[in-house]
Design a protein around this ligand. Structure first.
Ligand code: SD4
Length: 321
């Protein structure tokens, strides 16, 4: 797997890209998505199949099977797809016991007259559609939850107050969404997301990922975008919709992503220790990505190989804009 050099210039110079995805695990998703596209399948198939590779990988602790659980030790998944033709949308939130959340989201879109199912309703729908319920905790994710519980109890006993929900333990990421955008040979756009959300979150907490406009957006005349990071902040800005809208106004996707991150940081400069990031792909196969903090990486179809590129963060482009 090649790892390309970093930066906005690389992103800005890309053309004809068919698929992009967030974070290191996006590489596997893009590889699968490209295989689907090459065999003539749609961008919707590419996004669903690409995301599902990550959902089914037990070593990924922020998505699907093996994702870190909520405060009660239950894994609750959020996922969505938006399909450009007809501006169609399907989502699930707080889904328990089913790993392939993105596929359930797709079926919400295709087989119901609703856009979103949550909790027990989503789980029952998935089972009725043939998905097999399974235990979602791996030995590793159970151990990390128990460690969090131990610290929680220690903090309470020493009157320090509870350990915060959402804070990572032991250096592993506590939250990273797989977000993916693809354009197929018919020029149709699809965006999709899937995440176990914040580790040790409150039961029932839903982030941005399954919410249209915030976690994802696709417009068949423009392109698509997906967001990742602190959902509570992304939600307040409808981050993905803003990016797609700016591309529609004529901005290059890279400029659109940077403009939205800049707007968010300038609008509210509190809590900048948390990451928010966005990734976009337009109909011309141009790519953009930007984040509030360093560390956001995007996987991009670089014509034959899948590159992992460091997206520019706020401090790098603040002066330039
Ligand atoms: C959430 N935005 O649940 C997701 C988590 C994430 O990088 O993407 N983290 O808030």
């Amino acid at each position: 797997m090649a790892s390309c050099a970093s930066g906005a210039d690389i992103l800005r110079n890309l053309r004809g890209v068919a698929a992009v995805a967030t974070w290191h695990f996006g590489q596997a998703a893009v590889r699968e998505g490209l295989a689907q596209l090459k065999s003539g399948r749609s961008a919707l198939d590419a996004v669903e199949c690409g995301i599902r590779v990550v959902e089914l990988d037990p070593s990924e602790s922020t998505v699907g099977f093996g994702g870190l659980p909520n405060a009660q030790g239950a894994v609750e998944l959020d996922a969505a797809v938006m399909w450009g033709p007809g501006r169609r949308f399907g989502a699930v939130a707080a889904l328990r016991g089913i790993a392939e959340a993105v596929s359930v989201a797709r079926l919400v879109m295709e087989r119901t007259n609703h856009c979103m199912l949550v909790g027990e309703g989503a789980r029952r729908f998935a089972i009725a559609q043939g998905f097999k319920p399974r235990r979602m905790l791996t030995a590793k994710s159970r151990e990390r939850w128990k460690e969090w519980l131990r610290r929680q109890q220690e903090a309470l006993a020493s009157k320090q107050g509870p350990v915060e929900h959402q804070k990572p333990l032991g250096g592993e990421p506590s939250h990273d969404t797989i977000g993916m955008v693809a354009v197929d040979r018919d020029g149709n756009v699809c965006a999709g997301t899937s995440t176990s959300g914040f580790a040790f979150k409150m039961p029932g907490r839903v982030g941005d990922s399954p919410l249209i406009g915030s976690g994802l957006y696709a417009d068949n005349k423009i392109g698509g975008a997906v967001a990742t990071g602190l959902g509570e902040r992304i939600l307040r800005y409808c981050m993905s919709f803003r990016v797609v809208d700016l591309i529609g106004e004529g901005l290059h996707p890279q400029d659109a992503c940077e403009a939205v991150v800049r707007f968010m940081v300038e609008d509210d400069s509190t809590n900048l220790d948390e990451q928010e990031a966005v990734l976009a792909l337009d109909l011309k196969g141009r790519v953009g990505a930007a984040s509030t903090k360093p560390g956001f990486q995007v996987a991009v179809d670089c014509g034959g190989e899948v590159c992992l590129i460091d997206a520019p963060h706020w401090e790098q482009f603040a002066e330039r804009l």
